[in-house]
Write a protein that binds this ligand. Structure first.
Ligand SMILES: [Zn+2]
Length: 153
């Protein structure tokens, strides 16, 4: 496993402008720990030390790459939950609007008043003119017609 972005950044900040031997000693010390700085932690994914620069200081991984790996593992684990276990099935919503009928209707007026927006949306006032024009064009032409293609020479 390669160190993530945060781990590399941290190592760089410690070893800037040092000789190869000095760098080796420092890297060795920080790899063993423990860390004096409470903000320095070990990344849960790449296991290299990094400095937590987030404001709440609750980062568990060092950088975006490690974050992605962690999230992928998390989702995989969640998908492993066997069906039939730890699953709560939502109760089916009662039918309040019989939209599939020729003349759809609501089963209760109160429900209609609060939910009509999610079934029937009024046209956008800005588009009304465009819609009216399209209807007129449709009637004048007597139906849909293929747009005329003009060849350019
Ligand atoms: Zn990491």
């Amino acid at each position: 496993m390669y160190p993530g972005e945060g781990a590399i950044e941290y190592a760089k900040s410690l070893t800037e402008g040092l000789t190869r031997e000095e760098v080796a000693t420092i890297i060795h010390t920080i790899m063993i720990g423990p860390f004096e700085d409470p903000r320095v932690k070990r990344c849960e994914v790449c296991e290299y030390p990094f400095r937590d620069v987030t404001r709440p200081g609750n980062a568990k991984v060092c950088g975006p790459t490690c974050k992605t790996i962690q999230k992928t593992a998390q989702r995989w684990k969640q998908r492993q939950v066997k069906p039939g276990r730890n699953i709560t099935i939502k109760a089916a919503k009662p039918v309040r609007y019989l939209w599939w009928l020729e003349y759809p209707y609501w089963t209760s007026e109160r429900w209609m008043l609060s939910h009509v927006g999610s079934y029937e949306r009024p046209h956008d006032p800005d588009k009304l003119l465009t819609i009216a024009a399209a209807k007129q064009r449709y009637e004048m032409m007597g139906g849909r017609r293929k747009p005329v293609r003009k060849a350019e020479y």
